[in-house]
Design a protein around this ligand. Structure first.
Ligand code: FAD
Length: 290
């Protein structure tokens, strides 16, 4: 199923992001994660890829998408990146996704890898335009990333939104946001993006905090800000990791409930970190889900 059609069904869809395990794809591990995730009935599951050139990681991504769709009956989206890739490598990644029978791609620039010389693509919009120019992708629904607090490399949110509009104009059909902890930043972003003519459905990307080192790493990678209640939560439970996780999951449920009630988010995309227990808690506790 095309993800662009999921939003027409009424209720706000909740979807998941998972990543392929490192090393060999251990099928039993993958199936056990997917079995638990499938029980919670996500609207779709997106599968990350490493921004890889010729690393071959796209095969793992498309295989995981294939298992998600064929064995678990859940729509999937394969991430595809470009910044470290030549056109031929992007063609190979897209072919791997199409031949696995997947009809959704999340097209992203990826993070530059040191020593990688490819200059075929500079930005996500160029990848979307390139994929759209290939008639073999005619039946593919393409999504893109967006950044409620601005992309970490861009200091001006208005400029970032102008580049987001370029992704829509290039043919993106849905958007998934970077994680954020403060809903007000998402509401402001949506208002500005809509005013600039971004009309695509936007899934709000939500990541539950599992520990101080995880959240510190993430905010440096993506530039999301930490509201003071999160800082206080981290401080309060500094030496009690179990209570921190419990408090964080409760906060995540409140964050999602508020987003859904606001009407600003067209969908919720949960960064599951391949932890079914986290996804299950949230799906069972978000208002009106079960
Ligand atoms: P772009 O749209 O390419 O923007 C990147 C920067 O360039 C921004 O600062 C933007 O303002 C600027 N820019 C854009 N166009 C122009 C222009 N014409 N002129 C000047 N500046 C411009 N990474 C992975 O490697 N693998 C994954 O699986 C993955 N999954 C992700 C999933 C989601 C939902 C999100 C939000 C991100 C994901 N990422 C992933 C990270 C992503 O690849 C990085 O954040 C990357 O740096 C940006 O990619 P983009 O296509 O969204 O950004």
């Amino acid at each position: 199923m095309k993800i662009s059609e999921i939003y027409r069904k009424g209720a706000v869809p909740i979807s998941f992001e998972i990543f392929p395990p490192k090393g060999e794809l251990a099928e039993s591990d993958v199936r056990s994660v997917l079995t638990s995730l499938a029980d919670t009935k996500p609207a779709y599951i997106s599968v990350t890829c490493s921004a890889g050139g010729s690393s071959g990681s796209e095969n793992k991504t498309s295989e995981l998408c294939r298992i998600t769709e064929r064995e678990f009956g859940i729509a999937s989206a394969a991430h595809i990146t470009c910044v470290n890739s030549t056109r031929a490598e992007v063609d190979a990644a897209a072919e791997s996704i199409r031949s696995a029978g997947i009809t959704n791609m999340l097209a992203l620039r990826g993070d530059r890898r040191e020593g990688c010389a490819s200059t075929d693509f500079r930005f996500g919009a160029e990848l979307i335009e390139y994929l759209r120019s290939d008639p073999r992708n005619d039946g593919i629904c393409i999504g893109a990333g967006c950044y409620p607090e601005g992309h970490v490399e861009c200091l001006d949110l208005d400029e970032d939104i102008a580049h987001l509009r370029e992704k829509q104009d290039a043919g993106a059909e849905f958007l998934i946001s970077q994680l954020f902890f403060s809903n007000s930043s998402f509401y402001d972003f949506i208002e500005k993006a809509r005013a600039k003519g971004v009309t695509l459905p936007v899934d709000a990307g939500i990541m539950p905090i599992m520990g101080k080192s995880q959240v510190t790493r993430m905010i440096f990678l993506c530039g999301a800000s930490l509201p003071s209640d999160v800082v206080k939560m981290l401080y309060k439970y500094e030496s009690d990791p179990e209570s921190l996780i419990r408090a964080s999951l409760e906060r995540t449920v409140r964050q999602i409930d508020e987003l859904i009630a606001s009407g600003a988010a067209d969908g919720i995309h949960l960064y599951t970190m391949n932890k079914p227990s986290v996804a299950k808690y949230i799906m069972e506790n978000v208002n009106g889900r079960i």
